[in-house]
Design a protein around this ligand. Structure first.
Ligand code: GLU
Length: 258
């Protein structure tokens, strides 16, 4: 199976912006195992800005663009250093790809990107993708990694996109405000009603909320790729998701699999 896994800052870092060592190490172990079992995996990882905040000792996530981009430049190194170290323990080779919106809209750049990532997968490397935050301006950026992961999944013709988050999935109502809110485990069509169920806010260090995840689900399911939104609290949930054990998370079924 070809799987794109998107991991957010809420999984990788503590609220301080410092690395969550336990969760990140577990994530790398499980992904390595999924690769050992014969799956092709692409990781889309946020966390550059969050980790830059931690490493530079800033008090909170910056709001001005130059400081955000400076934090991303510092944090991206920290992120790849961490992945390289952890995946090397399991004999996997990581490759960094940084993209902006232009890399999807300009045909030649998109072709270069897909050729490179296809070759990396043939070479059994693990591509790790983030937005190129240090150069991405408002006009050209994808903007959030949920959407970025969906564009990547469609480009590589993945079977499955898994978005790991700090919530269990899509609820019938906002679970923070409504005690009766229920987890929706299967979604067969992304409609306006699905968007209404998604609240807005993301976490202190992350970027997207549920809306960008539903948008990602819409992009992928229309292109024949299933999407799962699951809690990254325990990365072993990836085994259940890949094996198709359908509880405790939300799966959006691709149009082709209906
Ligand atoms: N590219 C940003 C980062 O690495 C995050 C974007 C997002 O979380 O959606 O910090």
């Amino acid at each position: 199976m070809k799987i794109v896994i998107k991991v957010g800052t809420s999984t990788l870092a503590h609220a301080t912006g410092k690395l969550n060592i336990r969760k990140t190490a577990e994530l790398c172990r499980v992904i390595s195992d999924l690769k050992n079992a014969g799956n092709e995996v692409v990781l889309v990882s946020s966390g550059a800005i969050g980790m830059g905040v931690g490493k530079l000792g800033l008090q909170s996530k910056p709001t001005d663009i130059p400081t955000k981009q400076a934090a991303a430049a510092v944090g991206q190194c920290e992120l790849m250093y961490t992945y390289d170290r952890l995946f090397t323990e399991y004999n996997h080779t990581v490759a960094q790809i940084l993209l902006t919106g232009d890399d999807f809209s300009a045909e030649d750049r998109h072709e270069n990107f897909t050729n490179t990532i296809t070759r990396l997968l043939e070479l059994n490397a693990l591509p790790i993708i983030n937005e190129n935050d240090t150069v991405a301006t408002q006009e050209i950026k994808v903007g959030d990694n949920d959407t970025l992961s969906a564009l990547v999944a469609v480009s590589v013709q993945a079977d499955l996109l898994v978005i790991l988050s700090d919530v269990d999935g899509l609820y019938s109502a906002d679970p923070h405000k409504n005690a009766d809110a229920k987890l929706i485990e299967s979604v067969y069509a992304v409609t306006d009603e699905t968007f209404e169920k998604a609240g807005g806010a993301g976490s202190a260090l992350g970027t997207g909320g549920m809306k960008t995840k539903i948008k990602a689900a819409k992009i992928c399911t229309e292109s024949g790729c299933d999407v799962v939104i699951a809690n990254g609290e325990n990365p072993e949930i990836l085994y259940d998701i890949v094996n198709g054990n359908q509880t405790g998370y939300t799966r959006f079924f691709a149009k082709k699999s209906l």
